[in-house]
Design a protein around this ligand. Structure first.
Ligand code: GUN
Length: 289
């Protein structure tokens, strides 16, 4: 193996310790950072994600409310619940776990969340803030990827970064974050005609497709930084990413593993956003006459 590993577990531990210290400091000033997690129905994968988010809050001094709702909850009732949480001063962050049942318009629900509590960073106001360089919340997964690049002191200025995937949650915000750090950014996607032609010239590749072996060794420039956002299963049921790790690690300069790479960073950035929301709210309350 020639590539150095970017250890998401170790970085997440370090950042969570810093978050816990800040949360404790805020608590001393009378504010306990609070996250409300709304789960509609009982999708098994969502159950696991939500449990992990609630546990991460508890472990790091944040208060969390798990708000379980039945699968047949009406859209109107979910919107009413979100508005109730918007008005609750003990709740600084609101997360509605996706996917929602098909009878509910997820975007409508996301837009109902108060932007100052949108710790997922999915609201149009958050997307707009990222686009324009304003104050908002960045989506947790790409934000976690940026922290991983920061952890190796990687200077993105003038580098060619290729993002594979164009989702609203990862690909598009990832491209904007890289651009904000002065990288030259290419977004590739399912209709890109020659993916390898782009990735071979990339100093940084972020793979966020949700498909195994999207990036193989022959597609990577020697020494490149490879960040794998994918979360897939092999035929044997083993967790794997979008990158052919065994091949690419022999060519890349840096690589994130799956598991133990981007995954632990996503929840860490959710904690960071919730803490940030609470700090902003406390500051505003202190400034109020
Ligand atoms: N479902 C899968 N990942 C996420 C996430 O990051 N946020 C929300 N709200 N739902 C998800």
């Amino acid at each position: 193996m020639t590539a150095q590993l970017i250890d998401g577990n170790a970085l997440a531990r370090k950042l969570r310790a810093e978050i816990a210290a800040r949360a404790s400091h805020l608590k001393e000033r009378g504010t306990v950072p609070g996250l409300a997690v709304v789960l509609v129905g009982n999708n098994p994968a969502s159950e696991v994600y939500v449990r992990n988010k609630v546990k991460a809050c508890e472990d790091n001094g944040l208060h969390s409310i798990l708000d379980r709702q039945p699968a047949d909850l009406s859209e109107a009732d979910l919107l009413a619940r979100v508005r109730q949480l918007n008005d609750d001063p003990a709740v600084h962050g609101i997360l509605v776990q996706l996917p929602l049942p098909p009878h509910i318009d997820a975007q409508k629900v996301i837009e109902a969340i108060a932007p100052e509590k949108d710790v997922d960073g999915f609201h149009v106001a958050s997307a707009g803030a990222l686009l324009t360089g304003g104050l908002g919340f960045w989506p947790c997964t790409p934000h976690g990827c940026m922290k991983m690049l920061e952890s190796i002191d990687y200077d993105l200025r003038g580098k060619h970064a290729v993002v594979i995937g164009r989702s609203n949650i990862v690909g598009k915000p990832m491209a904007l974050m890289l651009l904000a750090k002065n990288a030259t950014v290419t977004i590739c996607h399912s209709a890109t005609s020659d993916l390898a032609a782009f990735t071979r010239t990339a100093d940084v590749v972020v793979a966020a497709v949700g498909k195994r072996n999207v990036l193989t060794a022959d597609m990577v420039k020697p020494g490149a930084v490879v960040i794998d956002v994918g979360m897939n299963r092999t035929d044997e049921g083993k967790l794997c990413g979008d990158v052919d790790f065994d091949g690419v690690k022999e060519v890349a300069g840096w690589i994130t593993p799956v598991p133990g790479g981007v995954g632990p960073m996503t929840i860490t950035m959710l904690l960071a956003n919730t803490l940030e929301a609470a700090e902003r709210a406390a500051k505003q309350a202190e400034a109020a006459p």
